[in-house]
Design a binder for this molecule. Structure first.
Ligand SMILES: Cc1cc2nc3c(=O)[nH]c(=O)nc-3n(C[C@H](O)[C@H](O)[C@H](O)COP(=O)(O)OP(=O)(O)OC[C@H]3O[C@@H](n4cnc5c(N)ncnc54)[C@H](O)[C@@H]3O)c2cc1C
Length: 492
């Protein structure tokens, strides 16, 4: 059901990013427009914030930007919390520069704030939040919209082209590209909204955490989260780190991107932007503006655009159309059938979850891949394909393989829990057409070897060194959790 937008947003150039999540009215007497950010943790080029400012200006109300982080979301760890809190700290500074109040809450013992979003929403004229299709953000948004007594709008900030303008019923990536490519130019530029009301300075129903003033490492120590998984040294959080990655893309990566992107042994082959894109520290519009302005050759720019827009936004579009993009039942029916037919096949490559988590299996190449996840919190694209395919043979059943791949990706990788996580894993479990050969365990799901790395001159030495990197000891459950994001119900 499509609900009408308020006039001021219906007439906005960015209106296709916005949808109404409930039928409630704007609350007369509301003190602000609440802008609740879950994942789009940037103050600039952020359509969620822009929508809130535009609405606030029309109502003569300030915007209150709120971001909270709880201890009980699946896989909460020093790694994820540190990345998020650093982004939150920079979000606060950026909002201040834009003339907006931004408050944070870090949930912890002695500082619980039950139902804080609802309480903030009760004081608001209206709520603007993010339209995220996966992980906790989706059902938290739906829950808030169902309980709120005021109007709630959801805004897409993750994609250059809002998925809604592409319509439904797209079969395959080429069909997607036929609709997506002609739309791109229209969304490449946007104008930042300027608040016409002074920043909100009224009383709040809680004592916010000042992330710019606290020592984030000291704050982490007191939290009840996974302290075994350390922050990533290779991917520090924050806006400065995202901007440095973008400069590196333009200066070092892009000039040879099409040629070296698939070479995992090259440190300058890929942008390493995915963690920052996942947490919205930087958005695709800003990345594409830098790419368009770069001096690199056209084929390199086109290849990059195909990854960032043609693949990433394809998986976002898919996730928006699925009720549960994280579930095994999204894998193509023919692939689930053939994997089920072979579920009883002998599995000589079975590994324990402990060996898988720590990258200590009998497969050196697989260990090299997995150690990037454990140590760096990121994995090279080419390695991810081999990594995911092999998990099917290393686990007791196709369902266990799916749960294991999602668990490793979501727990360890900074860019996990994303539409690209589940979309890509699903593609590795079988997408497009079945292969011709029917082989043990995989059936007609095409297999994949490690040749794209091992057959390079430096490949064997690189794989050996990568597989030998020492890893920290992590806690490991008896079995990987199945869809923990769909069964848990942390309050908001
Ligand atoms: C099994 C498997 C699991 C994956 N899990 C994730 C995940 O959890 N999160 C995630 O963001 N990506 C995931 N990917 C996609 C891709 O591997 C990563 O986005 C990419 O490796 C990130 O590194 P980069 O930023 O250096 O990429 P670059 O090569 O620099 O590409 C630029 C950007 O394009 C996008 N992109 C590139 N390749 C893909 C792709 N195959 N699908 C979608 N977007 C892409 C990413 O946003 C990336 O940051 C997965 C791929 C596979 C095969």
């Amino acid at each position: 059901m499509t609900r009408p937008l308020p006039d001021t947003l219906a007439g906005w150039a960015e209106a296709p990013r916005v949808r109404a999540l409930n039928d409630r009215a704007i609350a007369a007497g509301g003190r602000y427009v609440l802008c609740w950010l879950q994942q789009a943790l940037r103050a600039v080029d952020n359509p969620v914030i822009d929508a809130a400012i535009r609405w606030g200006n029309a109502l003569g109300l300030p915007v209150l930007v709120y971001h909270g982080i709880r201890e009980d979301y699946p896989y909460a760890s020093d790694r994820l919390h540190r990345f998020i809190l650093t982004a939150g700290r920079d979000l606060a500074a950026g909002c201040r520069e834009r003339g907006l109040a931004c408050v944070h809450h870090v949930d912890r013992e002695g500082r619980r704030e039950k139902g804080l979003v609802h309480r903030l929403g009760n004081e608001a004229a209206a709520i603007v939040l993010e339209d995220q299709p996966t992980f906790v953000a989706r059902w938290q948004a739906e829950r808030v919209a169902a309980r709120a007594t005021v109007a709630v709008l959801a805004v897409n900030a993750a994609c250059l082209v809002p998925p809604a303008v592409l319509g439904g019923d797209i079969r395959g990536r080429s069909g997607f590209l036929r609709r997506h490519e002609p739309e791109r130019d229209r969304w490449r530029a946007s104008e930042a909204e300027v608040p016409s009301v002074s920043p909100f300075a009224g009383p709040l129903p809680f004592a916010p955490d000042d992330l710019e003033a606290v020592d984030l490492d000291a704050l982490l120590v007191g939290l009840s989260i996974d302290h075994g998984l350390a922050p990533s040294a290779s991917f520090p959080g924050g806006r400065a780190a995202a901007e440095a990655r973008l400069r590196r893309l333009v200066d070092e990566v892009l000039p040879a991107y099409a040629a070296v992107r698939s070479d995992a042994t090259r440190p300058d082959g890929a942008s390493g932007l995915s963690p920052y894109l996942h947490f919205g520290v930087i958005g695709p519009r800003e990345v594409m503006a830098a790419v368009d302005a770069a001096k690199a050759g056209a084929k390199h720019k086109a290849k990059f655009a195909d990854e960032l827009l043609g693949w990433r936004e394809w998986f976002h579009w898919q996730a928006h159309g699925l009720r549960a993009p994280e579930r095994y039942d999204r894998v193509a029916g023919w692939a689930r059938d053939t994997l089920a037919d072979h579920a009883g096949d002998p599995r000589p490559d079975l590994e324990t979850l402990n060996a898988l988590v720590h990258g200590e299996t009998r497969d050196e190449s697989w260990n090299a891949c997995q150690k990037q996840f454990v140590i760096d919190g990121w994995m090279h694209n080419n390695l991810r394909m081999y990594w995911a395919k092999r998990i099917i043979a290393m686990t007791p059943s196709p369902e266990a393989a799916w749960a294991t791949a999602c668990y490793l990706n979501d727990r360890l990788s900074l860019d996990g829990r994303d539409p690209s996580t589940y979309g890509n894993i699903a593609a590795m479990f079988g997408s497009g057409a079945p292969g011709r050969a029917d082989v043990p365990i995989y059936g007609v799901v095409p297999t994949r070897g490690d040749g794209s790395t091992r057959k390079r001159d430096t490949g064997p030495a690189w794989l050996r060194a990568a597989a030998e990197r020492p890893v920290p000891r992590l806690t490991v459950p008896a079995t990987p959790p199945v869809d923990p994001y769909l069964t848990g119900e942390p309050g908001v």
